[in-house]
Design a protein around this ligand. Structure first.
Ligand code: MG
Length: 373
């Protein structure tokens, strides 16, 4: 157990689990949450879900699994230095993408469009649904029965309509309060991880080039310094060395600025954290630089015609699968048919959201290809 600061989440100020369970011997409640997440089926499926590049495009690209592990690593480093609950940060980080559809954001947008008249689809809410309901691993309850603070951290965004249906967990959205500092850390660790690994993966794919970063604030200084210090370093190592330094700059800046914010605000309890403004943040300068990098990646990588082609194909697969399962619920695997009798669209959405990229492609072939059995 972490003996963190007064503003950190601990087992003493935790709101606990929906269903009370005996305290685990030898590990903290939040370590137990992390362990439950790692042993879930949804966690294993992250290995075959797209981050930006579809899984079969190459073995070295990040998947949602390796992304989540990188997020956890960054979040834990930050948490340790700020005296926050590392185990909770790790649990939130490992679970934050469990509800993602196959094919990354293209998949999520397509499923959301399909679900437009059936309550919509939000991947954050779906992650919560996975840990609260969809995992079937325990004799006594559905889901993983995680601690309130882990669930709160997983639910990063939520519309007010959905928040109103979530009881205590939805209150902070309705009352415009902040989540725990651990949740705030995991949120920014996610951003640090994907911005940096997307630079790395983008360069590896050849869709973007190092020259494009020559004048970009967050990248250029490190890039020039690396080139100057190691003039004969092979290109790949220049990339790794640069990205490594970028992560370090972001993490260091985030810790420094957050320490200042915490000192100014001096929250003594979790309640005060919830009422305070967001305290985990970059300095104004680094925040600006980070936004420039994000914008660059959006324009040059995520909207690259080759990524868009893959996204278009992904959207068609999701649309086709949704349409055919909505046309006949008896095409669904038996375990989804019971749920379909109660809420047909949500059962289809849960089935599709749980698919890996390759499973969705195969399922599409099984249902639409005449040459398949
Ligand atoms: Mg993420």
């Amino acid at each position: 157990m972490n003996d963190g600061a007064a503003y950190a989440v601990s087992e003493f100020n935790s709101k606990g689990r929906s269903l009370a369970e005996a305290t685990p011997p030898g590990r903290s409640e939040f370590q137990r949450d992390r362990d439950r997440i790692i042993h879930s089926g949804a966690f294993r499926r992250l290995e075959y879900k797209t981050q930006v590049f579809v899984n079969h495009e190459g073995d070295l690209f990040r998947t949602r699994l390796t992304h989540s592990i990188e997020v956890a690593q960054i979040a834990r480093s930050i948490a340790r230095q700020l005296g926050l609950n590392e185990d909770l940060c790790e649990a939130i980080s490992l679970a934050h993408d469990l509800g993602h559809t196959p094919f990354g954001h293209a998949g999520q947008d397509a499923l959301n469009a399909c679900m437009k008249n059936h309550g919509g689809f939000e991947h954050n809410l779906q992650s919560l649904r996975v840990v609260d309901l969809l995992e079937e691993r325990y004799a006594e309850f559905d889901g993983l029965n995680l601690c309130f603070e882990t669930r709160e951290g997983i639910l990063k965004h939520c519309s007010n309509d959905n928040a109103a249906k979530l009881g205590e967990l939805g209150q902070r959205f309705l009352q415009n309060q902040r989540p725990s500092l651990e949740a705030q850390v995991a949120n920014l660790a996610d951003e640090i991880a994907y911005n940096n690994h997307d630079v790395d993966d983008g360069l590896r794919s050849g869709l973007i080039t190092l020259e494009q970063f020559d004048e970009m604030p967050l990248v250029a200084d490190h890039l020039h310094e690396v080139r100057h210090s190691y003039p004969n370093l092979p290109e790949r190592r220049v990339v790794h060395e640069t990205v490594r330094r970028m992560i370090n700059t972001l993490v260091t800046d985030l810790i420094r600025q957050s320490e200042t914010n915490i000192k100014l605000q001096q929250p003594d309890t979790l309640e005060e954290v919830h009422r305070a403004p967001t305290l985990i943040a970059y300095s104004a300068e680094v925040s600006k630089q980070q936004k420039i990098l994000k914008k660059f990646l959006r324009t040059n990588l995520y909207q690259h015609y080759r990524v868009r082609r893959m996204s278009a194909k992904a959207q068609r697969i999701i649309n086709d699968l949704f349409a055919i399962f909505m046309s006949d619920q008896y095409l669904l695997p038996p375990q989804f048919q019971q749920q379909a009798a109660i809420d047909h669209a949500r059962a289809v959405s849960d089935y599709i959201a749980g698919m890996t990229d390759r499973y969705a492609i195969r399922e599409h072939q099984r249902l639409f290809s005449v040459s398949e059995e």
